[in-house]
Design a binder for this molecule. Sequence first.
Ligand code: ADP
Ligand code: ZN
Length: 718
Amino acid sequence: MFAQVVVPLPLPPLTYRVPAGLALSPGDPVKVRVRKKLHDGVVLETSSEVPAGITFEIRELEGRSEDLPRFGKEILQMLKWASDYYHYPMGEVFRTFLPPNPAPLTARRFRLTAEGRRRLANGQQPRGKLQRSLCEKLLAAEAIEAHGEARASLRRMAEWVEEFTIADDSVAPPPERSSDPHSLTEMQGEAVAQIHASLDKRAFETFLLQGVTGSGKTEVYLRAAEHALRAGRSVLVVVPEIALTPQLVARFRARLGEGIALLHSGMSDGERSRQWHLLNRGILKVCVGARSAALAPIQNFGLVVVDEEHDSALKQEDHLKYNARDLAIVRAKHAAATIILGSATPSLESFHNSGTGRYRHLQLRERPGGQPLPFVHVIDRSKTHEEGSITAYLRNSIRDSLAKGGQVMLLLNRRGFSSFLLCEGCGFVPECPNCSVSLTNYRSARQLKCHYCGYNGEAPVDCSRCAHPGLVPGTLGTESLEEEVRALFPAARVLRVDRESVERKGALEAALAAIAAHEVDIVIGTQIIAKGHDFPNISLVGVVNADSSFHLPDFRASEKSFQLFTQMAGRAGRGDKPGKVVIQTYNPRHPSIVHATQHDFRSFAEEELRFRHEFHYPPFSRMARLLVTASSPTEAEQGAENIFRALSRVEVSPKVELMGPAPAVLSKVQNRYRWNLLLKCPQAQPLHTLIDLACNQAERLLPKRATLQVDVDPVSLM
Ligand code: ADP
Ligand code: ZN
């Protein structure tokens, strides 16, 4: 008998001989030796014959392991899929999946020995009052837990009592169900009916639930979750960022009346491990968590929910570069479960899939309370010719809002990693003729470069679209925004919220609480403030530099901008005060602005899909990114060039389009130079064939210290 064993090391599964007399099946934890050291691993498969291709001598495994739990079939399937699809060693996937403390939870208990029981039956009593009362307790209960003095006493009563180990199943008692369900609106009712019917069929099905923030999606998730739980099946809920969705978590807690496992990076290792084990044992049946919850050891699930399915925070950008949404879909498929993808602004991939019938499209068209969507006002900066970050119109709007006791939120796009050239006269930004993404300005070389295909052109002196002389670097002077705001509104309390300012644990929660408590008048923030949270007192939202959002060199820049502007609009006027949104831009006719202003997702999506189709971008193709990093720029370039040449010689059908190699937008990170190669193909299979080839030959193709990273379905191409 042979076993394929995966250990949490950067290795593929390893083959061992099973010792005679040991019966093993897939999912069993075992001890194995890898390069002389003992490791815990899990059996993936067993076979009675030597697996094909093995020529070396096969070692015997050491035996069962007590230091890992057993895993079910669904978990093994997930590990295998993630390893294959993301081209990442199975052992590393396994390590990513394991909690900080993978040893099963145990607890110590006491029970009466047979002798103790006999003695008590004969009327004998131990000496000592404490001892006597403990024996009474032991007679009444199978086993007891004891601490302190009681435990010390019990340990001294060896003839009466014995101590033993059990698996620790203790769960905090679930909270009382505290909230009554709303009676559903007609559209919610329709959605819930379809989802319930799907759950009853016990077949894999994907729903795209589209509805603006506040339209009642969470209520639909809750009804679906209740239905799945009633049928004895588990529920997995994945959200992009748990700190931004405290209300969702609280509502699941209050409504389901079940123990809920929460999984996110802000938890202590011990707590995280505990929840993980309780899920793996099927003791907790609901898991709510951030990205990594998509890897949760939950089994037998009937329902999966991915909220804000379009959010790029669902994509892990290092190590195992998985997309939690896609992993969740695959797991639902393996489990014959129903999955709901929820969003106000679905990803174009999901929207396209709902158009082709792969997903079923459900819509919640209005808010249950009937609050109107805010009015959006667009300022054309090419017409105002004003200095500084804040136009007179925005300044007056801020003043108005503050005077009426409202709060203001100003969105500042992340400082451009790259800079583009912009015409202040008409908003024109030079784009790559091949790739239709903005070209990056290399100021000293007076050149424009494409980060996708490597196209290189001379930086134009004047605008080619209008007569305006001179193009300017499009960073738009927002570095000084905070100072400007403080100078303009010296009496206002200003808070800045961005990735750096909320790095400390709990800082984001504190900032959100301060905003909710109206301890802040003006919030200046990056994307992070656009998400989640319901701040009833925000009456004005300003997008300061819209252009730096849609001119990122990214084929999804337009889509991400639309989502951002729509979300920002959703932040304004959620209470009883009507809201207002001001967008400052040099391109008022950019589709992401025009359609966000009209709150018109469908028109935006249709227009954007035409562009994607024309340039063969997803959803009309599958993409992968090969990133070569090295300690010198020439090595990185050489490595990428070698891989490019090796791959261009391979024939696959349909053909894979190779773009690049080109330096990455973030051309140097932690002293490593980065070069990109993009692969594009109408189908996934040829992509995987080429990636396998690149991985297998990487050692030969790359300079000595260069490394290759694979990113399938990349989200960020930085
Ligand atoms: P979303 O998840 O789409 O942002 P929610 O489910 O959070 O929307 O609903 C928004 C608000 O409307 C919440 O305060 C919720 O309690 C309330 N709500 C949801 N459904 C209904 C309903 N059928 N009737 C009344 N209020 C509802
Ligand atoms: Zn290009």
